[in-house]
Design a protein around this ligand. Sequence first.
Ligand code: 13P
Length: 261
Amino acid sequence: MRRRALIVGNWKMNGLIETGRGLAREVLAGLTEREERKLLCEVVVCPPFTGLADLNQILGSSSLKLGGQDMSEYPSGAHTGEIAGIMLRNVGCWYVILGHSERRAERGEDDALIGRKTAAAFRDGLVPIVCLGETLSQREQSQTLEVIEAQLLAVLPHLPDSVSKIQQLVVAYEPVWAIGTGKNATPQQVQEVHAFIRKLLAEQLGEGSAAKIRILYGGSVKPDNAADLFGLDDVDGGLIGGASLNATDFLAIVDAYPNDF
Ligand code: 13P
């Protein structure tokens, strides 16, 4: 079953206001030329927090949507340096990336925190894109599926009661060793993990929800490997880092999603 694809550009900590503005305008212009693609694929960009309000003005209610790269688990209050989900909504965000491996590694975010942030995202009206992924040493020790299972099972108890909301959840598989390294996971490796995630979702949430939840792949997705990855049964789009900083490459990745929807 084909779900509507989701292609998300994670700009990470790159670009000042003007750069982001130029990039978003180019991507939007490209999407505007691609009427059919827009039906197949939902496209989102996640700029740094400082660019969100400006891009919200530019993108308005266009087909290019906005997402945050992280959020606080708290709704408001004395949490210096944090951004609440409602603040992201306020500047036009629909989505929020949670549990990115860079935050797990650099900021010590653990599975329990990511679970609480997932609940907070739903509470604040955002769709969470929850990132899972194993390190190279975990893969080499054949622990990949175990790690993915633990990361996913930590999040699922925090989902809301409403089935229609649960089905909005987005899961992103990003093997840490493939992020920003140019090292590709093979299509077989990707499909194995995505199918495993879908099976776990079915066991925990039921077949109906598992069939609707989108599972994205991230890690060195480029125009030349995107079609192979997006052709896999359980890959419903991508979470794109480096290649999302170039409008031509990002649009070529959007174009790589198959037409057999
Ligand atoms: P790269 O596409 O640069 O490997 O980054 C992937 C990623 O971390 C997206 O969140």
